[in-house]
Design a protein around this ligand. Structure first.
Ligand code: PNS
Length: 158
């Protein structure tokens, strides 16, 4: 089992590419949606979970759960030892390095492993997608249709 944590605000084709890769290696992939109030997500936790569930419904090995508080505590409670994170570019490195080493300090028995999404997905993020959406840009290459719908719906309510 591996735990793939993130804010998933919203889930993108980049995340889904990583989830599919992880399914080839691990028997169970738990997508752990962080409450993360510090990041002031656009979508509520429930909305992020629902989008992640729908987007991963074709993967039998994937479970979508949520957590608040420390990631390592969630991982330990699941009796898991491995965290998955995606790295797109060098710019991700510093943040990921800090997070992986902080988590190691908190829980030395838990390892973080990194995977790279397909090159097509290496340049975009949930943040950029929200910006494109808010400016009325084309989203179909970035997110599944249901997420595109939810983004448009959400932005029209703001
Ligand atoms: O998708 P994101 O926003 O890059 O995911 C960040 C996330 C949720 C993995 C990170 O913020 C996290 O683990 N939050 C839980 C709080 C925690 O454990 N913090 C200490 C380690 S940095």
């Amino acid at each position: 089992m591996i735990i793939y944590p993130g804010t998933f605000d919203p889930i993108t084709y980049g995340h889904l590419d990583l989830i599919e890769r992880a399914c080839h290696i691990f028997s169970t992939v738990v997508v752990a949606v962080a409450e993360n109030p510090g990041k002031a997500p656009l979508f509520t936790l429930q909305e992020r979970i629902e989008m992640a569930r729908e987007a991963t419904s074709s993967f039998a090995q994937v479970r979508v759960e949520s957590f608040s508080g420390l990631l390592v505590e969630f991982v330990q409670a699941k009796k898991c030892r491995v965290i998955l994170r995606g790295v797109r570019a060098i710019s991700d490195f510093e943040y990921e390095f800090q997070m992986a080493l902080s988590n190691r300090k908190l829980a030395p028995n838990i390892e973080t492993i990194f995977m790279m999404p397909k090159e097509n997905y290496s340049f975009f993020s949930s943040r950029i997608i929200k910006e494109i959406a808010s400016l009325g840009g084309e989203l179909s290459e970035f997110v599944p249709p249901l997420v595109e719908r939810k983004l448009k719906e959400k932005l029209s309510q703001l």
